[in-house]
Design a protein around this ligand. Structure first.
Ligand code: ADP
Ligand code: MG
Length: 326
């Protein structure tokens, strides 16, 4: 199959979308942002063997390539609208591409996101996505707006994806000792969170006007919260023993779960700050958005993220967030 045939295969599966004056097929797409809205743009690349274990199912790679980008839009409080897809493929494998599109377009449909262009080249497997959306002008959730006294919250649960990477041997266990071998249902539940992360788009929208600062958890909670603190010129105190955990994670890792939750990453939950006076409003807004949220600490004057164990004493991660080229 030639490059043109692959592009045609993609184009044939894409339905027309909102605000798209001209989609795939010309030299560039023409898009319309509604009046009073700001365009929100983000890009993220997945590389074979780095961002997903080699041999991951094509549909899971497709889902995740878009999910990590929609998660960035979610953390800004944006409504997803469009995306582009730059594919580097080792060979023109139509079956792999069809599987990839199954996952990618399934998630795109769920969020009303239209694929409007991209690039198709030969090379090591790599997927670069740009996602675009919009948010009411001036209202976006940002990293630099946290204030001393804010509560720190996180949506959903943390640690499942990192636990799955440990189980498949992609990363070392968080603590010394053998890798656990949980039952197949537990393994599958953890793998699902790694392979099919849920971008918290509705939560991000619900937090507009309530949250002060927001970030999505991709590199690990403490590492991502550190960015918020640095940009906002504040510090944070986090009780790592109180981080929300799934039943599967508790079953598989017991107390060893804490390090996975604090610094594992790949969660794609939202970590945000909001004033204590808005606790009930935040809880209600997120309930309506269909997602759980947990208060995990507070923003303080100063700098840095201070992780506290169940005993109230400083807690040290065995290893920091996953840093590329770190
Ligand atoms: P050009 O050479 O002008 O860059 P291409 O032949 O690369 O054009 O692309 C033709 C059209 O197909 C363009 O509209 C481009 O955006 C689209 N396209 C190419 N690859 C992809 C892809 N992987 N996903 C979506 N659209 C694509
Ligand atoms: Mg091109």
């Amino acid at each position: 199959m030639a490059e043109f045939d692959l592009i045609e295969l993609i184009r044939a599966r894409v339905a027309p979308g909102d605000g798209v004056a001209l989609g795939i097929g010309d030299d560039a797409a023409l898009l319309r942002v509604p009046a009073g809205q700001e365009l929100v743009v983000t890009a993220d690349t997945l590389n074979d063997g780095v961002h997903f274990p080699a041999g991951t199912a094509a549909a899971d790679v497709g889902w995740k390539a878009l999910a990590v980008n929609l998660s960035d839009l979610a953390s800004m409080g944006a409504r997803p609208a469009w995306c582009t897809l730059s594919l580097s493929l080792p060979q023109a494998d139509a079956a792999w591409l069809e599987g990839f599109l199954d996952g990618f377009l399934e998630l795109a449909r769920l969020h009303g996101t239209t694929l409007v262009g991209g690039d198709t080249t030969r090379g090591p497997l790599s997927i670069a996505v740009t996602a675009m959306g919009w948010v009411e002008a001036g209202a976006a959730l940002r990293r630099d707006r946290a204030r001393a006294g804010d509560d720190v919250w996180v949506t959903g649960t943390l640690g499942d994806a990192a636990a799955s990477l440990v189980l498949v041997g992609h990363v070392p266990p968080p603590t010394e000792g053998a890798v656990p071998s949980p039952d197949p249902a537990t393994v599958a539940a953890l793998a699902q969170r790694l392979q099919r992360p849920t971008p918290r788009v509705a939560a991000g929208r619900a937090l507009l006007g309530l949250a002060h600062a927001c970030v999505d958890v991709s590199d690990g909670l403490l590492a991502d919260l550190r960015h918020v603190c640095a940009r906002s010129r504040v510090g944070a105190e986090i009780s790592v023993g109180g981080l929300p955990a799934s039943d599967a994670l508790r079953r598989a890792f017991g107390d060893g779960r804490v390090a996975l939750q604090a610094s594992g990453g790949d969660d794609y939950e939202l970590c945000f700050t909001a004033p204590p006076g808005l606790r009930e409003a935040v809880a209600l807004a997120l309930e309506q958005a269909g997602v759980d949220a947990t208060r995990i600490g507070r923003i303080v004057a100063g700098n840095g993220v201070h992780a506290l164990g169940a005993d109230g004493l400083p807690w040290q991660p065995a290893r920091g967030g996953y840093v590329h080229f770190g």
